[in-house]
Design a protein around this ligand. Structure first.
Ligand code: NAI
Ligand code: MG
Length: 333
C-alpha cells in the first residue's frame, strides 16, 4: 500500500483535501497518508514555514498531494510552492486543460496540455532592490540544460500520447538571449522528433490565439512566468480554476496540486470546488500506476460534473464542497 505525503494547505486547502481524500478512500485507492503542514498553517503550529519533517516525509514517500499555500503579495516570505519545486528539482509543471462534457464553459473541444518550466526563468529568485535609487532588478535565468529537459518532456509526452503538434512559447524578439536560448534549444531538439510538428509563438500573440482558437493547440511548452499566466488563461477557457489540475514532476519526486491558489475570499464557506485537486489526485494515482482506480474516480467525477444540480456554485450548481464530494462518491461504480 503506497504512502503519500498529504499537505492540506491554507485557505480552501483543508476543505478540498478532505473531499478528495474521502473520494479516494471510497473508491478503494488504498493509500496511506502521512499528513504534513507547510506555509502559514505550519508557521502557526510550529513556527516554521517549511518544517524539516515535511521535507523528510517527501524525501521518503517521493509523492505528495498538496493543497494551495498562501503567499503574501509584495512583501513577507518567499513562496513555499516555488521553494518546494526548486528544492526537489521538480522541473516539469504539467497542466492539462480540457473541456469536460456537460460543464458550462466558453468553448468545446479543448484538449491541451501545458508544460511550464518550473525551476528557473523569472521565478529564479534573483531579485535586488537598490533602496537609495528606488530601482529593483530581477534576473530571469534560462539555461540550455533547464530548457532542454522541459522541452524534451513535452515532446516525449506528445510522442507517447499521439499528439501531432508542440508549440514553443517565448518572447525571443525582445529577450533575445534568455527567451532566445529557450526557443533555440527547442528548435534544435525538434530535429530529434521529426514526427512532430514543432511551431513557435510569441507570448502576447499566444495569449490572443488561445482565447480565439484554443482548439488548435495540443502541447504547449514555455518558461516559468509565461506558463503560470497561460495556465490560468487556459483554466478560464474550460470552466475556471476549480477544474484544472497540475503536477510538479522531477526525476525522483512528484508533487500534485491544483493550478488555483488558496482562494481566501471563499475559504471556510463550503464554496470551493474540489475538482481541480481531485483531478490532480487522479494524475497522482496514474503516476503510482493505480490506473484502474484513477479511471473509476474520473468516470464518477465526469458523470457528476455533467449534472448541473450536482455541482458546486462556481459551476452554477447548488452544492457545497462536501455535498459535491458525496455526489461523486455515489457515482463510483
Ligand atoms: P486563487 O486561485 O486562490 O483564486 C482566484 C479566484 O478563483 C478567486 O475568486 C477564488 O475564489 C477562485 N477559486 C480558486 N480556486 C477555486 C476553487 N477550487 N473553487 C471555486 N473557486 C475557486 O488566486 P489568488 O486569489 O490570486 O491567490 C490567493 C493565494 O493563493 C495567494 O496567496 C497566492 O500566492 C496563492 N497561490 C497559491 C498557489 C499554490 O499553492 N500552488 C497557486 C496560486 C496562488
Ligand atoms: Mg499560478
Amino acid at each position: 500500500m503506497p504512502t503519500i505525503t498529504l499537505i492540506p494547505g491554507d485557505g480552501i486547502g483543508p476543505e478540498i483535501t478532505e473531499a478528495t481524500v474521502a473520494i479516494m478512500d471510497a473508491a478503494g485507492a488504498g493509500l496511506d497518508y502521512d499528513e504534513q503542514h507547510a506555509g502559514l498553517t505550519a508557521f502557526r503550529e510550529v513556527g516554521d514555514l517549511l518544517p524539516e519533517t515535511l521535507v523528510d516525509s517527501i524525501r521518503e514517500t517521493k509523492v505528495a498531494l498538496k493543497g494551495p499555500l498562501t503567499t503574501p503579495v509584495g512583501e513577507g516570505f518567499r513562496s513555499i510552492n516555488v521553494t518546494l519545486r526548486q528544492k526537489f528539482d521538480l522541473y516539469q509543471n504539467l497542466r492539462p486543460c480540457r473541456t469536460i462534457p456537460g460543464v458550462r464553459s466558453r468553448f468545446s473541444g479543448i484538449d491541451l496540455v501545458l508544460f511550464r518550466e518550473n525551476t528557473e526563468g523569472m521565478y529564479s529568485g534573483f531579485e535586488i532592490y537598490d533602496a537609495r535609487n528606488g530601482i529593483a532588478d530581477a534576473i530571469a535565468r534560462i539555461s540550455r540544460a533547464g530548457s532542454e529537459r522541459i522541452i524534451r518532456a513535452a515532446m516525449e509526452y506528445a510522442t507517447r500520447f499521439g499528439k501531432e503538434k508542440v508549440t514553443i512559447v517565448h518572447k525571443a524578439n525582445i529577450m533575445k538571449e534568455s527567451s532566445g536560448l529557450f526557443l533555440k534549444t527547442g528548435m534544435d531538439l525538434a530535429k530529434e522528433y521529426p514526427h512532430l510538428k514543432v511551431e513557435d509563438r510569441i507570448i502576447d500573440n499566444m495569449a490572443m490565439q488561445m482565447v480565439m482558437y484554443p482548439e488548435r493547440y495540443e502541447v504547449v511548452v514555455t518558461t516559468n512566468l509565461f506558463g503560470d499566466i497561460l495556465s490560468d488563461l487556459a483554466a478560464g477557457l474550460v470552466g475556471g480554476l476549480g477544474l484544472v489540475p497540475g503536477a510538479n514532476i522531477g526525476d525522483d519526486v512528484a508533487i500534485f496540486e491544483a493550478v488555483h491558489g488558496s482562494a481566501p475570499d471563499i475559504a471556510g464557506m463550503g464554496l470551493a470546488n474540489p475538482s481541480a485537486l481531485l483531478q490532480s489526485a487522479i494524475m497522482m494515482l496514474r503516476y503510482l500506476e493505480l490506473d484502474e482506480v484513477a479511471d473509476r474516480i474520473e468516470k464518477a467525477l465526469f458523470a457528476t460534473l455533467a449534472q448541473p444540480d450536482l455541482v458546486t456554485k462556481d459551476l452554477g450548481g447548488p452544492c457545497s464542497t462536501e455535498a459535491f464530494a458525496e455526489n461523486v462518491i455515489k457515482h463510483l461504480g
